[in-house]
Design a protein around this ligand. Structure first.
Ligand code: 13P
Length: 256
């Protein structure tokens, strides 16, 4: 059966008070529903503890949006993986395009972080995707290939079950212009092929999420694609009714 993960990346939104309200609304919305899809929330660091307390005794998973690759040390302002692990985080988003663009993260750094996350038994959600310019110059597949080759280097095939990839075309993030289903399917099929080429057969089980202007309106056409195993949702995860509707869509696809 197809597996599905609907993940909300709250980015730098929501104070702790707002986070608690939002998560309470989401819990209320799925109450008494048979959930077939996994749900993950990645709030800002400052809300993780409060959100984790509200999520206790629910099936909703939570994680972080970034981490440092060192476990501790003189890195003012950074957050380590053991700190997040102690809070109960199971997933950490790595290499989001906003971190690549605004904080100059490159594939080598992202690989270091991913390996550190895996070493501590957590799941990295490794984000990849081309810019508009790269797509227009027909370089999409070269970029994805490079991001996968470097991003996955020195990662052991036995870690495949822990890894999540998010395909997020940079031009689709926060723009309201989602990639067309054909573009998404084509990219996901390519990504899955590359993962198997780099990591071997076990990589065929790696979950590949799509992210970039997913809404309640386009969720069905994207989530029902063969090689899409869920969504990494930004703006639409900040409104409980829209996020709940995306969860409902994922659930109904899995019910078929
Ligand atoms: P939007 O859904 O707001 O386009 O953001 C996508 C994203 O960056 C998720 O990580």
């Amino acid at each position: 059966m197809k597996k599905m993960l609907i993940a909300g990346n709250w980015k730098m939104n929501m104070t702790t008070t707002e986070s608690v309200k939002l998560i309470q609304n989401i819990i209320e919305g799925i109450k008494n529903k048979k959930l077939l899809t996994d749900i993950l929330i990645c709030p800002p660091f400052t809300s993780i503890d409060a959100v984790s307390k509200v999520l206790k005794d629910t099936k909703i998973l939570y994680g972080a949006q970034n981490c440092h690759f060192e476990s501790k040390g003189a890195y003012t302002g950074e957050i380590s993986i053991p700190m997040l692990k102690e809070l109960g985080c199971k997933f950490i988003i790595i290499g989001h395009s906003e971190r690549r663009t605004y904080f100059f993260e490159n594939d080598e750094l992202i690989n270091k972080k991913a390996r550190a996350v895996l070493a501590l038994g957590l799941s990295p959600i490794i984000c990849i995707g081309e810019t508009l310019r790269e797509r227009e110059e027909n370089r999409t597949f070269d970029v994805l290939k490079r991001q996968i080759e470097i991003g996955m280097s020195r990662i052991e095939p036995e870690n495949c079950a822990q890894i999540v990839i998010a395909y997020e075309p940079v031009w689709a993030i926060g723009t309201g212009i989602s990639a067309e289903p054909e573009q998404v399917q084509e990219a996901h099929a390519f990504i899955k092929g590359e993962l198997v080429r780099v990591l071997g057969k076990r990589a065929s089980s790696i979950i590949v999420l799509y992210g970039g202007s997913v809404t309640d309106e386009n969720a069905k056409s994207i989530l029902e694609l063969t090689d899409v195993h869920g969504g990494l949702i930004g703006g639409a995860s900040l409104k409980s009714d829209i996020f709940l509707s995306i969860i409902e869509t994922a659930n109904s696809i899995l019910e078929k």
